[in-house]
Design a binder for this molecule. Structure first.
Ligand SMILES: [Zn+2]
Length: 190
């Protein structure tokens, strides 16, 4: 892990587009299919500078990287850009990750999710991704593609969009009703 030579600005739509173009999302790690740095990090060349793919992923999903923080991998896979495997850590966190190399490869989901057993064991949602899932589902995106993108099962997504899991987070909570052979998204009244 290393620091970027400069602080990145908010990702432009073009940069976001290129991020998804080179990202193979799915269960577990999202592999970067574009160029890799010598150390194995995904990189993009953008406006004559090097943008690190994992840092870009962090910015797309969580917003600006806090000053003085590094974007670290829980999964110890430098080419991974799955936001649920990333966190903004200190130099010390980063050093500890290196020590744990090979011992801590799997991200352990929160206890509540493990207990339910519906969410994929390696997925680790954050409040931010829950909101994103709800908003995008409410805007018409389908559960299968969301499931693929967030490394979850379809029923895991349904539990999120229906507010069964992550109740406290808010955002549009919907249920589906079947009418005229069409699935409709209906806001909960309660
Ligand atoms: Zn990963």
């Amino acid at each position: 892990m290393r620091t970027d030579p400069e602080t990145q600005k908010a990702p432009t739509p073009k940069l976001v587009y290129r991020f998804w173009k080179y990202t193979r999302s799915g269960d577990g790690c999202w592999e970067w299919t574009g160029a890799l740095s010598k150390a194995g990090y995904g990189v993009l060349s953008f406006q004559r500078r090097t943008v690190y793919a994992h840092r870009l992923s962090y910015e797309i999903h969580f917003g600006p990287i806090p000053e003085g923080r590094l974007v670290c991998h829980h999964c110890d896979n430098p080419a991974c850009v799955n936001p649920s495997h990333l966190y903004a850590g200190t130099e010390r966190d980063n050093a500890r990750d290196m020590v744990n190399r090979g011992r801590d490869r799997h991200v352990i989901p929160p206890v509540s999710e493990r207990a339910r057993g519906e969410v994929h064991v390696r997925s680790k949602l954050t409040e931010v991704s829950v909101l994103e899932i709800r908003n995008r589902f409410a805007a018409g995106e389908n559960a299968v593609s969301l499931a693929r993108e967030f490394g979850m099962t379809k029923s895991g997504i349904a539990q999120v969009t229906r507010g069964i899991t992550w109740k406290h987070v808010g955002g549009p909570v919907l249920r589906l009703t079947q009418a005229d052979g069409l699935l409709r998204r209906v806001h909960h009244a309660d």
